[in-house]
Design a protein around this ligand. Structure first.
Ligand SMILES: C[S@@+](CC[C@H](N)C(=O)[O-])C[C@H]1O[C@@H](n2cnc3c(N)ncnc32)[C@H](O)[C@@H]1O
Length: 380
């Protein structure tokens, strides 16, 4: 980073975040945590810096199986049925999804092609061992890994493209509103320290994001721009021939995102479950994340044939897919129920997490996961 700054001048915040998270040798997601630790540990989970829904409970994967089986009917039981998971962390979601398919849908499993799109080579190997531990050896052609969605052939996917907490891990540009106009936050290095510097918008892509999504902030307010997420959506649309895209993440509609009450944007860092807003400490050793602008994602999809089918929150999604009946007579004190109550928390994950569902090459259809909508259809 320092070398890049000395050669080219200040970096955009997105470039800084890209290097901090995904640098081949030192990026947060590309390595295990070893600094200040007697033993290496993974980044995600209770021993790590933050947990995610699949690390908490298998229920997200189990309900997704239900949802995918309904979509399989709409698609006329294609063979293969492609399930593309993007940004797979420790592989817990994949392991639970496949294990539940073994139990409830062996015929579907026989047609399934499960593709893990994972940028980190280190995490790819964690995923492979986690999956093998849970489901044992798998049939040829069931599993495959790629490091980026654009490695998949255009129009090659008939099935479902799914992600959980991927989009919040994409690098973001940051902007701050001065007296009259928006300025971009850049990262400079001076006297042995990283520091912020304000400058004009770094590219026409950033400028057009601001105008397309009507980003207006009040004086002194900061926020983020999701240019990388928009580009990802375009790749997803290109790869999908027919099927559904399901994006689960924490985030807001565009108008909530840039609301003047949200003065400092949504950017946060996580280290050992403690939150901070300082990106310049523990670089490569702490997670960095920004909430998702779901309106921008939906709009980017619509420009390339991905139509919005629905938008709800995680609690309603899980309830619609019958989570109550799935947990049956489980002891309320059990680990499973405790974990589930985290996912359903009305002032926590249940409402902060949203689910965006888009379709391509399919007529609008009712889906169980969208039975209980949290918002009017035009909220995005
Ligand atoms: C916050 S973690 C979420 C992991 C997992 N989905 C979960 O819920 O536990 C983000 C994951 O996305 C991966 N990732 C980030 N950018 C990616 C990209 N462009 N393509 C594929 N994977 C990516 C990271 O390496 C990491 O595995």
């Amino acid at each position: 980073m320092v070398e890049e700054i000395s050669l080219q001048g200040p970096l955009t915040f997105a470039r800084f975040m890209e290097l901090a998270l995904y640098h081949e040798g030192h990026g947060y997601y590309m390595t295990q945590a070893v600094a200040q630790d007697p033993a290496a540990r993974e980044r995600i989970g209770w021993q790590g810096d933050f947990f995610t829904a699949p690390e908490l409970s298998p229920i997200l994967a189990k309900t997704l199986v239900r949802q995918v089986l309904e979509i399989d009917v709409q698609l006329g039981h294609p063979s293969p049925f492609a399930f593309i998971e993007m940004g797979c962390g420790n592989g817990s979601f994949a392991a639970d999804f496949l294990q539940y398919c073994q139990v409830v849908a062996p015929d579907f499993l026989a047609r399934l092609r499960y593709v893990l799109v994972e940028r980190s080579v280190h995490l790819q190997s964690v995923q492979a061992s986690q999956i093998q531990e849970v489901i044992g050896s798998s049939r040829d052609g069931l599993l495959c890994w790629v490091s980026s969605v654009d490695e998949l052939e255009e129009g090659s996917v008939v099935g479902v493209m799914f992600s959980n907490e991927l989009v919040d891990a994409f690098p973001v540009h940051r902007v701050r509103c001065g007296q009259d106009d928006l300025q971009e936050v850049l990262v400079d290095y001076e006297d042995g320290q990283f520091m912020e510097r304000l400058g004009p918008m770094s590219s026409s892509t950033v400028e057009s994001y601001v105008s397309q999504h009507g980003v207006r902030l009040r004086e002194g307010q900061s926020s983020e721009l999701h240019v990388v997420a928009e580009q990802w959506m375009i790749h997803v649309a290109r790869v999908l021939r027919q099927g559904i895209v399901i994006t689960v993440d924490y985030g807001h509609t565009g108008s909530d995102y840039y609301n003047s009450e949200r003065n400092n944007g949504t950017f946060l860092c996580y280290f050992r479950h403690a939150i901070s807003t300082n990106p310049f400490e523990r670089i490569g050793e702490q997670d960095m994340t920004a909430h998702v602008n779901f309106s921008a994602l939906a709009k980017a999809g619509e420009a390339c044939e991905l139509q919005k089918l629905g938008f709800t929150n995680l609690a309603n999604w899980l309830m619609g897919l019958g989570v109550e009946e799935m947990i049956g007579d489980e002891d309320p004190e059990s680990k499973e129920i405790q974990a589930l109550s985290q996912l359903l928390r009305p002032h926590g994950m249940g409402t902060t997490f949203k689910v965006l569902v888009q379709r391509k090459g399919l007529e609008p259809m009712p889906l169980q996961g969208l039975r209980y909508r949290a918002f009017f259809d035009d909220v995005l």
